[in-house]
Design a protein around this ligand. Structure first.
Ligand code: FE2
Ligand code: FE2
Length: 396
C-alpha cells in the first residue's frame, strides 16, 4: 500500500525514546519497591507487558460467564414491553417484526405489546390491593439488594485476578445495573407505596459491601443472590411476574461465579477455615433470619411459608458456601440441623398445632423453568440423608 510518509527529526525521536526508557525504569522501579514494602505501588493489577491482567487470561472463566452472559443477554424492551426501556438494537427490532409476521392473529394477540396502562390494568385484574402490596414489599427488598449487588460487583472488579475473571465480573455489573433499573419500573407498575430497606436488610447489605476482598463473593454471590433467586423462583409463576425468570437465570449464573473463580485461584486454607473468617461469615448471614420473619406476613399472603422459604435458602447457601470454600463455623449438616431446631421452636410458639418438620428439605420455587435452572446448580446439594442431625432435631 502506498502511504506518503512524513519527514521527522531522527535525533528528536531518539531523545524522546531515551527519556521514556529512563522514566519507565524509575516509575516502575519505585512502584515495585513500594509494592514489596506494602506501601502502595502500582494501583492497577494490570500486566501491560503481557497485555492482560495480573493472573493471566483465564479464558475458561471468560467462556463460562462473559460469553454465556452475552448469549443469554435479555433486553427490557422485549421482556417488559410496557416499560419505558428502549434497548433493542435495529437487528433485534427487525427480528421481532419478522417473527410477528410469521405468527397467527391469535398468537399476535398474545405477543401484543402491552402499554404501561394495560399492564397496570392487568395487575389490578389479577391481584387485590393487599396482594399487590405484598408483592411490592417482597420485590422491593430484592430491589434494594440489586442496588448493593451493583456496587459490590463493581468493587469486585478490583479484587479478582485474570482477564477472564474481570470480564465475568463486568457482565455481572452490567446485569445488576439492568436488574436495578428494570425492577424499579416493575415495582412502580403496581402503584402501591414502596417500603424503605428494613433495618435487617440495611445491616445485611452494608455488611456485605464493607466486607474484605473476596469475602464479598460469599456475602453477595452466595448469600444475597441465593435469597434473590429463591424469591424470583417463588414468584415467577404469578401473572405479570414472568420476567422474574430472566432475573432468576442471571442470578443463578452469579451464584456459580465464586466457585468457578476459586477453582482457578483458590482461597488459602486460612482464608477458608480461619476461626475469625468462619465467625464473620455467620455474623454476616444472621440478619437474614429476622429479615425473613419480617416478611412472613407478606409471604403468607402470597401462599409462601416463610420457614419453608428460609429452609430452602439456608440449604442452598450451605451447599454453595462449602463448594466455594467459604466454610462456616460448623459443617453444613450440623448448621442446618440447628437452624431447623430454632425454626421449629419458633413455630411451636407462634403457630397453634404446629407439628415438627424438616424445613431444610422444603422447596418454594414453583415455576417449571426456574426449577430446571436450580436443579442444574444445586445438583449435589446436602440431602436429608446426609443430615442425620437435622432429622434428629425434627423428631426431638
Ligand atoms: Fe441481580
Ligand atoms: Fe446477581
Amino acid at each position: 500500500m502506498q502511504i506518503a510518509e512524513l519527514p521527522i527529526n531522527p535525533r528528536a525521536v531518539t531523545w524522546n525514546r531515551r527519556v521514556e526508557a529512563v522514566l519507565n525504569r524509575v516509575v516502575r522501579g519505585k512502584d515495585r519497591v513500594l509494592g514489596r514494602l506494602g506501601l502502595g505501588g502500582r494501583v492497577a493489577d494490570y500486566d501491560d507487558e503481557h497485555y492482560q491482567f495480573v493472573g493471566g487470561a483465564n479464558d475458561e472463566m471468560r467462556r463460562k460467564h462473559y460469553d454465556k452472559s452475552l448469549r443469554l443477554l435479555w433486553k427490557a424492551e422485549a421482556a417488559a414491553p410496557w416499560s419505558t426501556f428502549h434497548d433493542l438494537g435495529a437487528a433485534e427490532q427487525a427480528l421481532r417484526e419478522m417473527a410477528d409476521l410469521a405468527t397467527s392473529p391469535a398468537e399476535q394477540q398474545v405477543r401484543a405489546r402491552l402499554t404501561s396502562a394495560e399492564f397496570k390494568a392487568e395487575l389490578d385484574r389479577h391481584y387485590t390491593p393487599r396482594q399487590k402490596q405484598a408483592i411490592v414489599n417482597v420485590l422491593s427488598a430484592i430491589g434494594h439488594g440489586e442496588a448493593y449487588a451493583w456496587l459490590v460487583s463493581a468493587s469486585n472488579l478490583r479484587d479478582v485476578r485474570s482477564s477472564g475473571a474481570k470480564a465475568a465480573v463486568t457482565m455481572q455489573v452490567l446485569e445488576e445495573a439492568k436488574h436495578f433499573v428494570v425492577m424499579r419500573e416493575l415495582v412502580a407498575a403496581f402503584g402501591v407505596p414502596v417500603p424503605r430497606q428494613s433495618a435487617w436488610e440495611y445491616l445485611l447489605l452494608e455488611g456485605v459491601l464493607a466486607a474484605d476482598g473476596l469475602e464479598k463473593f460469599y456475602g453477595m454471590n452466595v448469600l444475597v443472590e441465593t435469597i434473590a433467586l429463591s424469591i424470583f423462583g417463588a414468584l415467577a409463576h404469578l401473572p405479570g411476574l414472568e420476567i422474574l425468570r430472566l432475573f432468576h437465570l442471571d442470578e443463578s449464573r452469579h451464584t456459580a461465579l465464586p466457585m468457578n473463580y476459586l477453582k482457578e485461584f483458590p482461597l488459602t486454607k486460612r482464608q477458608q477455615r480461619g476461626f475469625f473468617a468462619r465467625r464473620r461469615r455467620l455474623r454476616m448471614a444472621l440478619p437474614t433470619l429476622p429479615l425473613i420473619l419480617l416478611l412472613e406476613e407478606d409471604l403468607a399472603i402470597l401462599g409462601i411459608d416463610a420457614f419453608e422459604f428460609a429452609g430452602s435458602v439456608l440449604r442452598k447457601v450451605a451447599h454453595l458456601s462449602e463448594r466455594a470454600g467459604f466454610y462456616l463455623p460448623r459443617p453444613a449438616p450440623e448448621m442446618l440441623a440447628r437452624f431447623n431446631g430454632l425454626f421449629n421452636l419458633y413455630c411451636r410458639l407462634t403457630r397453634p398445632g404446629h407439628l415438627p418438620r424438616d424445613f431444610m428439605d422444603a422447596e418454594t420455587s414453583k415455576d417449571r423453568v426456574v426449577a430446571k435452572t436450580e436443579r442444574e446448580i444445586f445438583a449435589s446439594e446436602v440431602t436429608a440423608e446426609a443430615r442425620p442431625r437435622a432429622a434428629a432435631a425434627v423428631t426431638a
